[in-house]
Ligand binder design. Sequence first.
Ligand SMILES: [Fe+2]
Length: 237
Amino acid sequence: MSPRDGNVLCVSPMKHALPPLPYDYAALEPHVDSRTMRLHHDQHHASYVANLNAALEKFPELQERTAFWLLLNLSQVPEQARTAVRHNAGGHVNHSMFWRAMSPAASGAPSGLLADAIKRDFGSFDRFKIRFAEAGAKVFGSGWVWLARAQQNGGGLQVCTTSGHDNPLTQGRFPVLVNDVWEHAYYLKHENRRGDYLKGWWPVVNWEEAARRFELSAQAAGQDWENESGQVAAPVV
Ligand SMILES: [Fe+2]
């Protein structure tokens, strides 16, 4: 069907879409179980995408914006939709990053410039892993644990946490690696033992993706952020 109907230009608003998992549900077994992956991606992440689209339904001027733009410009979202957009755009962005942060062909350890930076800023890879797992275990309630690069003070690496679906991008930090510590990420396999989940996660960490994000962090500035598919987006004003 033509987008033109007589003299009226019909423009379909952009709908946010659930990205496919970059591997099979069972690909991360035995470290992350397939039942959790299926529920996590097909139900939880899908609901954030659906709820984001619903929250934007009455605001066509926002429907062309990326989820990143919405997170970084929440003050421009009408108050009646702001909380829903914050939670659901954040859920969409964070989960999109999280799927790519894991791989069935994981190398086990970082290399190159990222490995050098981890050693410089944490003392060693093992010390970084301890710091990351401790921070993830201490998140009260639902949240995320990150390896992020500060945009100020020389761009050092930091471990930080966010609650709900907040993202370090809104706090002046560029996310390099992320793990989801919401109960839905581990409860089916580990029940309430979040520490076991964090400890068992390292074998599936996608260090190539973390290295790519580390490089991206050096290019990113201001509003020149990537989009949800991991590509650097053109500056959005
Ligand atoms: Fe999650």
